[in-house]
Design a protein around this ligand. Structure first.
Ligand code: SAH
Ligand code: SF4
Length: 390
């Protein structure tokens, strides 16, 4: 599997469907303006209308044009004819003993992706997906065993955030006192897919999530995780400016080539160069290095020492992830003692080295396990590929 070619076998779909009403969710402000003008809104009014509609959709969570009471009745009726406000549909929801929620949502074409909410001390992190499956074939990742079906649109990406706010009942009520507690306080792009292979849609969706007149999440509360798509890292700093996490996982090219095969294209040295430049350009504090602990593969003291040496000079935090096993996985999880010893070496070198607490294990909601049992129980891989025309 490690030798599988690195491809970007993505079936692109148009951002606007050629016929039928246009979905307003996922359009940037400029895109929404264009769409309104194309459908008859006078140019002079377009900017103001975008501002009004934007607030209804993203600040108040309104899905029905009829409820947009600061717009004339005629305009609302017109909008309802030409546009829709649509987000992915929830197919199923599971709640773990520890409060973690996992939803399976359906997107256009009948494909399904998973979204996970992890509560923590009155706040919580939403883990969202950027692709159905993944074209990369990291050997320890369950998502990587599944053939990519397609990129998600910007609307389907930000739609996951909106869906979660619906389910958490977290849209503010107009006129009510402002509630500062946010159940959904952080977003991580750590679900299914490689976000930097779907750059524009991820960027647009995150811009919408950050917009001060909408969902209003600070760019410091959004973390994008990449396996190391080097050319897009500088762009992420410039065009999104969110926090960056990188799936590092190994300290030699030899081992990283087998775990994260994209390393064959952009190796450790090239990746580190890109990471060194990131904090300055994005004005973010530090990079998170994700490191999955695999028994006997990448978890020795020598690895820990090498890791510290490699990242020298980069403001960093090392997030150690105990391997989440899945049926048929070719690895096992490092022992707790080994993980602690590894963490200790990194900590003593002056870096934060938190060990990620597995959450939602009883519902298979952990990193790298997504898109697992649910779809697999219904369809074989061959069937999925055939359905997708691959
Ligand atoms: N494609 C992106 C983001 C999604 S994966 C990336 O690779 O960074 C989110 C994180 O989970 C990554 O660090 C990934 O390497 C890790 N991961 C994947 N499978 C895992 C598993 N089975 N156990 C623990 N972590 C895993
Ligand atoms: Fe794709 Fe990330 Fe899984 Fe690698 S770890 S296969 S890049 S989702």
């Amino acid at each position: 599997m490690a030798d599988a070619p690195i491809t970007q076998d993505v079936m692109t779909i148009p951002r606007k469907l050629p016929e039928g009403p246009v979905n307003l969710v996922g359009l940037t402000r400029a895109g929404m303006r264009e769409a309104l003008i194309a459908n008859g809104t006078p140019e002079k009014q377009a900017k103001m209308r975008v501002g009004q509609i934007w607030q209804w959709i993203y600040q108040w969570g309104v899905r029905d044009f009829a409820a947009m009471t600061n717009l004339s009745k005629a305009f609302r009726a017109d909008l309802a004819e030409k546009f829709v406000i649509e987000i992915p549909e929830v197919v199923s929801k599971q709640v773990s003993e520890d409060g973690t929620r996992k939803w399976l949502v359906r997107i256009a074409g009948g494909h399904e992706v998973e979204v996970v909410y992890i509560p923590e001390d009155g706040r919580g992190t939403l883990c969202i997906s950027s692709q159905v499956g993944c074209t990369l074939t990291c050997s320890f990742c369950h998502t990587g065993t599944q053939k990519l079906v397609r990129n998600l649109t910007a609307g389907e990406i930000v739609g996951q955030v909106m869906m979660a706010r619906d389910d958490l009942d977290e849209w503010p009520v107009p006129g009510a006192p402002k509630d500062e507690t946010r159940l959904l306080s952080n977003i991580v792009l750590m679900g299914m897919g490689e976000p930097l292979y779907n750059f524009e849609n991820v960027r647009d969706a995150m811009k919408i999530a950050m917009d001060p007149e909408g969902i209003q999440l600070s760019r410091r509360r959004i973390t994008l995780s990449t396996s190391g798509v080097v050319p897009e890292i500088a762009r992420t700093a410039e065009e999104i400016g969110c926090q960056l996490a990188v799936s590092f996982h190994a300290t030699t090219d030899e081992v990283r080539d087998t775990l994260v095969p994209i390393n064959k294209r952009w190796n450790i040295e090239v990746l580190l160069d890109a990471l060194r430049a990131y904090p300055k350009v994005s004005n973010s504090e530090r990079i998170t290095f994700e490191y999955v602990m695999l028994h006997g593969v990448n978890d020795s003291d020598a690895d820990a020492h090498r890791l510290v040496k490699l990242i020298e000079g980069i403001p960093a935090k090392i997030n150690l992830i105990p391997f989440n096993e899945w049926p048929g996985a070719p690895y096992t999880r490092s022992s707790n003692n080994r993980i602690r010893a590894f963490a200790d070496i990194i900590y003593k070198a002056g870096y934060a080295s938190p060990i990620r607490k597995p959450r939602g294990e009883d519902i298979m909601a952990a990193c790298g396990q997504l898109k697992s049992a649910t779809e697999r129980a219904r369809k074989s891989r061959k069937q999925i590929a055939a359905d997708a025309g691959l």
